[in-house]
Design a binder for this molecule. Structure first.
Ligand SMILES: [Zn+2]
Length: 297
């Protein structure tokens, strides 16, 4: 028998019909994204036109999270989700889901997740969720879309395949899910895109290259891996440089605690490759008594 500390695979069943999910049914359009101060980690809501959260991407916050102390102690109130809203996670590292057990609303949501080899704690937590489905491996590398009524859309993609059946470990950052939020412009608004890569470098996400190729304006992004200086490649730098050259003023959000043990964020990477970008750290919000910051189209 495997030791209790052995890493294992998420055991939920694959979703049968992704297109049947329709999490944006009844949503008029998309306004942007809301990045919560969760300390070290990610917790992001996609916003509808009335400012209402319509889909949650990651529900984390590990070191330095604000949820143990008032006035932020009520995680349900500060990061509302649940009901028919979909909750997706980029990957199973703790800083991307570990606020969910603290409250009730995330546990009540529908979850769509990558099947990954992860901690016993994540496997156990996922097994207790009543509405959780995994993304089928034959969906890997394809871009999927959830569309609002006006053509705005949340694009998502599981960026790489799971390791083979004999694997004991997985680099979850590299095999997870990346999102983007697209303003289609069909209602006369200016088209644009906001990138939510989780912990994966931007150039690893196939549909980001498609967005770049289609001429979409880069409205903003959440820095991958909390602003890490590692895993940058020439391809990542080139993509950001060329994309931001045709943007107005891209917004860059670093979702990390202050201080943290990882030297996040390495802002110079972004200053060099997105000159003129407006930078914001979630860590400064707490001092202002603010729970989140938004990127709006
Ligand atoms: Zn992370």
């Amino acid at each position: 028998m495997a030791a209790a500390t052995a890493r294992a695979k998420i055991g939920a069943a694959d979703i049968v019909d992704v297109d049947g999910l329709r999490p944006l049914a009844g949503v008029r359009g998309l306004a942007g994204v809301r990045v919560y101060d969760v300390g070290q980690g990610d917790g992001i809501a996609i916003l509808g036109m009335d400012g209402e959260p319509v889909l949650q991407f990651d529900y984390g916050g590990r070191q330095g999270n604000p949820f143990s102390n008032a006035p932020m102690a009520d995680v349900d109130m500060h990061m509302p989700t649940g009901g028919e809203r979909l909750l997706m996670i980029s990957h199973w590292d703790e800083d991307h889901w570990c606020s969910a057990p603290r409250g009730q609303s995330a546990k009540a949501a529908r979850w769509l997740v990558p099947r990954q080899i992860t901690s016993p704690r994540a496997v156990k937590f996922s097994a207790g969720l009543s509405r959780i489905s995994c993304i089928p491996e034959d969906h890997v590398g394809q871009s999927w879309r959830f569309e609002a009524e006006n053509g705005d859309a949340i694009w998502w993609e599981k960026i790489a395949a799971a390791p083979d059946v004999f694997a004991r470990e997985e680099d979850c950052n590299r095999t997870g899910v990346a999102l983007s939020v697209v303003k289609a412009g069909e209602d006369g608004s200016e088209p644009g895109v906001i990138l939510l890569p989780g912990d994966a470098p931007f150039d690893r996400v196939g549909h980001y290259r498609d967005h770049f190729g289609s001429g979409l304006r880069l409205k903003g992004l959440v820095a991958f891996h909390h602003g890490a200086g590692t895993h940058w490649t020439k391809a990542t730098e080139q993509l950001l440089r060329e994309w931001s050259a045709r943007a107005d003023v891209p917004q860059i959000i670093y979702s990390c605690s202050n201080p943290n043990a990882y030297e996040h964020p390495q802002t110079k990477r972004y200053e060099d490759n997105i000159p003129g970008g407006v930078q914001m750290r979630t860590a400064v919000l707490r001092g202002q008594g603010v729970a989140y910051t938004d990127i709006l189209f």
